[in-house]
Design a protein around this ligand. Sequence first.
Ligand SMILES: CC(C)(COP(=O)(O)OP(=O)(O)OC[C@H]1O[C@@H](n2cnc3c(N)ncnc32)[C@H](O)[C@@H]1OP(=O)(O)O)[C@@H](O)C(=O)NCCC(=O)NCCS
Length: 177
Amino acid sequence: MALIALPRPGQIAVKNIGPFDLGRLARLHRGCFDDGWSRSDIAHLLSLPGSFGLIARCFDRGFSAIDGLRGVGFAICRVVRDESELLSIGVLQPWRKRGVAGMLLETAMFRAHEAGAEAMFLEVAVDNVTAQSLYERYCFERVGTRTDYYHRPDGRKTSAYTMKASLGSLRSRARLG
Ligand SMILES: CC(C)(COP(=O)(O)OP(=O)(O)OC[C@H]1O[C@@H](n2cnc3c(N)ncnc32)[C@H](O)[C@@H]1OP(=O)(O)O)[C@@H](O)C(=O)NCCC(=O)NCCS
């Protein structure tokens, strides 16, 4: 008799973004950034050759269960020849510090490597210490600084670090759901 394994509470699943997820992805992006991307911004990015998107769901109990199934985090990435770039990653506030971003990042690195990338690059604001520590945990290192890279909605400009991770020796436990 075949047994169906039900997800455990708190279990995270990462899957590829499909055409019906664009609205969901825009909602997630708006929930994570002050200058959220629109549905058409995201559709344009995902239409570029080598682009892919991931969405994380979290199986939970109680009132948050439905929100968790709709999606709690995302990552958007692009592979061009042997290099890849993490274009955006975010997790909604109530679902942070559970390893969701770590799982998205690990899956993105794995997917990019499968698609032929030997390295992944990203930009992160110099004052975004939380994201920097996430990236360092996944072996990203600072390789440069871009002055006034981000233009905030309030008019402020913030510089960014460029970070790079080698994907060559990647040993991923990630599985696409
Ligand atoms: C940066 C961001 C994506 C991190 O998301 P997250 O899901 O909270 O990240 P993780 O849970 O994977 O890791 C974050 C912390 O939670 C901790 N953590 C991971 N799993 C955990 C668990 N099961 N229980 C408790 N803590 C846990 C980790 O130790 C980590 O802390 P550390 O970096 O000090 O070691 C999130 O804060 C975010 O969306 N910020 C706004 C958007 C943003 O800045 N994006 C990056 C732009 S470059």
